[in-house]
Every structure is written in C-alpha cells, then in structure tokens.
Design a protein around this ligand. Structure first.
Ligand SMILES: C[S@@+](CC[C@H](N)C(=O)[O-])C[C@H]1O[C@@H](n2cnc3c(N)ncnc32)[C@H](O)[C@@H]1O
Length: 208
C-alpha cells in the first residue's frame, strides 16, 4: 500500500506459507474487496503471539476470521481468542473457517459493538488487536488499557492509513480517527509504542 511496489514484489518471495482455508479467505477478500490484513501482517501477528508466548487474544473487528486464524495458529491448546464484529454474517463465516482449521484453542465470536463488548468483558488478555472502523480508533486505547495484562501488547492495523495521516487537507472521519488515535497513543505514558511502516502501518504498543 504505502510501501514501494518494487519492495512489495520482492517481499512476496519471502511470504509465509498459508493453508487452503487461508488462501480461500484471501481470494474472497480480493473478490469482494473486503479489507483483511493480508498474509504479511498476518504472519507478523502470528510471530508476535509466538514470541510473546501469548495465551489470550481479544480482537476488535474480526471480519470472517482471517486475522484470528493467524493468532489461532500461534496459540497453545489451552489458549483463548475472543473475536468481535458488528456483523452476524461474519461470525457465521468465521466459525466455518475456524472449524476447517481444526484448532485446539478456544475461539469465541461475539457479535456487537467491539467498544461495548471490550468494556464489558471482565478479564485480561495478553494481546488486544484493533482493526475496527477507523473513526472509533481513539476509543480503543482505553479498552486496550483496561483489558491488557501488564506487559501485554496492543496491536493496531492501518495506522498510516494509506499515508492520509500526513495530509492537511483530508478531513474525513476515518482519517481524523486514525490521526487522533496516533497522537493520543504517542502521548499516553501507560504504553511504549513502535509504529511500523509495514503495509498500511502497524502500531505495536506494550502496556507498561
Ligand atoms: C478491516 S475489517 C476486519 C478484518 C479482520 N481483522 C481481518 O484482517 O481478517 C473490519 C471489521 O470490523 C467490523 N467493525 C467495524 N466497526 C466495528 C465496531 N465498532 N464493533 C465491532 N465490529 C466493527 C466490520 O464489520 C468489519 O468486519
């Protein structure tokens, strides 16, 4: 997206292996123009979960389960993932995909507003992954802080938003949401952050 197309092409050579279920989800996303994280960020999520030995993940905005599928591959058998999405139809598709994946870890999918669900859940997670509609991004910081264990990771996709975050003339709500999120998180001393200029921008924040 924001990476030089030549570099994108070179990176393809090193792309992680995916199973048939993942390839099907990628094809569906391409055909229907549904925004999934794609294999490179998916693999990053997988590795971050492995490196941190995460046992629990809360996803804000799960779609039909593509990103959760990478986490599911990384989690131990007693691991737990809670997916959230507004759309009942996405839950049905995601559950079919998870079934095909044959995972041992628990995968629960809650339909509703991730901001409300995130506030209501009465437990802590190792990772909170954020990929909801961008105008709601600023509100996810409090949710991440309240739902993460100390040392837990708050991972957010699309934080460079196609480069629009730098524009002085773009004032649509999603862009303003991402700009506000980036500024708020930078100034939030409860987190240490790193913004990766990877694909559309991925921010990793660790709760102190
Ligand atoms: C970018 S897609 C998620 C893709 C998914 N993370 C993946 O990579 O496979 C965003 C999803 O968030 C959902 N969504 C947007 N705002 C939401 C909200 N406030 N609460 C719950 N779901 C939301 C949309 O229905 C959509 O399915």
């Amino acid at each position: 997206m924001i990476v030089n197309p030549e570099i994108e092409k070179y990176l393809e050579i090193f792309r992680c292996e995916r199973d048939l279920v993942q390839i099907e989800m990628e094809k569906k996303a391409e055909k229907e123009k549904f925004p999934i994280i794609g294999p490179d960020v998916g693999n990053l999520l997988y590795l971050l979960a492995r490196i941190s030995k995460a046992g629990s993940v809360l996803e804000l905005g799960s779609g039909y389960g593509y990103s959760a599928y990478f986490f599911a591959k990384a989690l131990p058998e007693d691991g737990e993932i809670i997916c959230t999405d507004m759309e009942e139809g996405n839950k049905i598709l995601a559950e079919k995909n998870f079934l095909k994946g044959g995972f041992k870890c628990s995968l629960e999918y809650i339909v509703g507003d991730a901001l409300i669900i995130g506030r209501q859940l009465n437990r802590d997670f190792d990772i909170v992954y954020n990929d909801i509609d961008k105008e709601y991004y600023p509100e996810t910081i409090e949710i991440a802080n309240s739902r993460l264990k100390r040392g837990g990771m708050f991972i957010t996709d699309n934080t460079l938003w196609g480069g629009k975050v730098m524009s002085k003339s773009i004032h649509d709500e999603p862009t303003l949401g991402v700009i506000e999120f980036n500024n708020k998180l930078k100034n939030d001393n409860r987190f240490e952050i790193s913004m990766l200029p990877f694909r559309d921008g991925v921010t990793i924040a660790v709760k102190k």
